[in-house]
Design a protein around this ligand. Structure first.
Ligand code: C5P
Length: 233
C-alpha cells in the first residue's frame, strides 16, 4: 500500500484501556502509522501509550477538544506540545480560545486543529443550542475563524470538506471523521461519508474508529480503508 494512502489514515484508539490499545497497535503493525488518542484512553494510561507511539516513530493526534478560558487553554496546549504529539484539537467556537491555543504552541511543530461542528450533530442539535444555522454554514464560518486565528486546520465532516477547501488558505488541513465504507454501520454519527467522497472533497486525513478498532480482523479492515483511500487518488 502506498505511503500516501497510509499517511492519510488515522486510526482512533477509542478503547477502554492501555492493554487493549497496545494490542491493537501491535496487531496493526506497519499497516497504520498515525493514531488518535482521545479522552477515553487518556484516563486509562493513554499518555504512556502516546509516549511509546512517539518513540516507535508513529504520528499521534491528541484529541482533547479543549475549550476553556484563554490562560488555561494556552498553558494546556503548551504542555501538550512538549509531549511531541503531531495534532491537537481545540473547539473552534470563538477566536479567544483559538488565539490562546496558537500562543500555547508557538515555536513547536504541533498542528492545531479546530473542531468546527461535531459530526454527531445535526441542524436540530444546533437549534437546541440556540444556533439557527445549518451544520454546513456553521462549519464554514468556524473554519474561517480558525484560519484567521492561526489554527493549522479543522476537523470537518466529508459533507463540508469541499466548501472548507474552497474558503481555506493554501495548506490548511482538513481532518475528517465520520468515515464509513459503503454500507457500513453509522453508529452515533450522522454526517458520514465514504473515504473516496471525503478525499475527493479535499480531506487531508481521515479518522476511522469503530470500523477498524472494533473489527473482528482490524488488519483486514485497515487494508480495506487504505484501498478505498488510494482509489480516491
Ligand atoms: O468510531 P468512529 O469512526 O465513529 O470514530 C470517530 C472518531 O472521531 C471518534 O474518536 C470521535 O471522537 C472523533 N470525532 C468525531 N467528530 C468530530 C471530532 C472528532 O467523530 N467532529
Amino acid at each position: 500500500m502506498s505511503d500516501t494512502a497510509r499517511n492519510k489514515l488515522i486510526v482512533a484508539l477509542d478503547l477502554p484501556g492501555y492493554d487493549e490499545a497496545r494490542h491493537l497497535v501491535d496487531t496493526l503493525g506497519d499497516t497504520v502509522g498515525f493514531y488518535k488518542v482521545g479522552l477515553e484512553l487518556l484516563f486509562a494510561d493513554g499518555l504512556d501509550l502516546v509516549r511509546e507511539l512517539k518513540n516507535e516513530g508513529k504520528r499521534v493526534f491528541l484529541d482533547m477538544k479543549f475549550l476553556d478560558i484563554g490562560n488555561t487553554v494556552e498553558r494546556a496546549v503548551a504542555t501538550a506540545a512538549n509531549l511531541g504529539v503531531d495534532f491537537l484539537t481545540i473547539h473552534g467556537h470563538d477566536s479567544k480560545t483559538l488565539k490562546a491555543a496558537a500562543r500555547g504552541r508557538a515555536g513547536s511543530p504541533l498542528k492545531l486543529l479546530a473542531v468546527t461542528v461535531l459530526t454527531s450533530l445535526d441542524e436540530a442539535d444546533l437549534l437546541e443550542q440556540g444556533i439557527a444555522s445549518s451544520p454546513a454554514d456553521l462549519v464554514l464560518r468556524r473554519a474561517r475563524l480558525a484560519a484567521d486565528a492561526g489554527a493549522d486546520g479543522v476537523i470537518a465532516s466529508g459533507l463540508e470538506a469541499a466548501d472548507v477547501r474552497k474558503a481555506a488558505p493554501p495548506g490548511f488541513l482538513i481532518v475528517t471523521p465520520g468515515i464509513r465504507l459503503p454500507g457500513g454501520e453509522s453508529g452515533d454519527q450522522t454526517r458520514i461519508t465514504t473515504p473516496e467522497a471525503a478525499i475527493r472533497a479535499g480531506a487531508d486525513h481521515l479518522v476511522v474508529g469503530r470500523p477498524i478498532n472494533a473489527a473482528a480482523d482490524p488488519v483486514n479492515a485497515a487494508h480495506a480503508f487504505l484501498e478505498h483511500i488510494a482509489r480516491a487518488g
